[in-house]
Design a protein around this ligand. Structure first.
Ligand code: FPP
Length: 287
């Protein structure tokens, strides 16, 4: 059973640009879960002839702002792709160490603010491969915010969707082994869901990617099967709460079909098939 937070909006706390954008949204059709691929810290720094680490530091400021705006509008789940498993392997050691340091610092500074905003922090990814000091800080922040009942903020750390599926399949096999053996195993989507890192959250309704790349980069591949995707050219450090609200406005203009027809189309289709059924009946009774 996926837990739904008791989340209430605090619109008065939005800034004036955000309030204006929020007024154009339908609060009853907010996405329940937004997942963000935060990209472009390096390019943001490069354009300013600054070292990459300044871009990452600025990216953390954006995380702060976006998390607060999301909580203020009453979003239930926000998931941020902070470090991919590939980042971890393919970035220079010094940059990885800097990112780990930044994460430790962020967690320490952020917990009081998360508590003020009633936000609960969780994680997905192969956390056990992160440095011990980071793992300890992660656990501390999770425990310190565990009593909050508002938005669930999930950081994807050392995360890769294929690795998540591999871990899920391993976990299914292990559970079966301890529970009557593989012969009794009934595999369906619900079972796979229950073994994913994301088992306690609903699937994302909206995926946002900054910096213009049209890729999903091994992020939540199973969970985003029916998600709407919004890509902006803005680099992550330039992305603000107002941009989050723009993305939600764009999402609300779309029609989600989950593989079905649009309501208007499906009514027309129904009328058409009723007509052709009637014609066939006339033909049969005329014979
Ligand atoms: C992409 O920038 C972003 C990342 C490597 C991860 C995002 C990290 C942060 C926002 C900072 C740390 C986050 C937390 C929660 C403490 P990039 O370097 O890939 O940019 P580029 O593609 O322009 O080079």
């Amino acid at each position: 059973m996926k837990h739904l937070p008791e989340n209430s909006a605090d619109i008065a706390a939005l800034d004036s640009a955000e309030r204006e954008l929020y007024a154009r949204l339908d609060p009853l059709r907010l996405p329940q879960h937004i997942a963000i691929i935060m990209d472009g810290n390096g390019r943001w720094a490069k354009r300013r002839h600054l070292p990459r680490f300044i871009g990452h530091r600025s990216g953390v400021q954006t995380v702060r702002g976006v998390v607060e705006t999301a909580a203020r509008i009453g979003l239930s789940f926000l998931t941020l792709y902070a470090f991919s498993a590939e980042n971890w392997k393919r970035r220079p050691q010094a940059e990885v160490e800097f990112l780990m340091q930044l994460l430790r610092q962020y967690l320490k500074q952020e917990v009081p603010r998360l508590n003020r905003n009633n936000i609960r922090m969780t994680y997905i990814g192969r956390l056990h491969e992160l440095p011990q000091s980071v793992q300890e800080r992660l656990q501390w922040a999770e425990e310190a915010t565990a009593g909050n009942s508002g938005m669930v903020l999930t950081l994807a750390l050392n995360y890769g969707a294929r690795a998540e599926l591999v871990d899920a399949f391993r976990s299914i096999v292990n559970a079966a082994r301890n529970n009557g053996g593989i012969d009794h195993l009934h595999v369906d989507e619900e079972l796979v869901n229950r073994h994913l890192y994301s088992r306690d959250m609903p699937d994302p309704d909206l995926v946002i990617r900054t910096s213009g790349e049209l890729r999903v980069s091994n992020f939540l591949l199973w969970q985003i099967a029916y998600a709407e995707i919004y890509v902006t050219d803005k680099l992550w450090p330039d992305f603000k709460g107002a941009d989050l609200l723009e993305a939600i406005a764009d999402y609300q203009r779309r029609e989600r079909r989950y593989g079905g027809l649009a309501p208007a189309e499906s009514n027309a289709q129904l009328e058409q098939s009723e007509d052709s059924l009637r014609q066939q009946e006339v033909l049969v009774s005329a014979k």
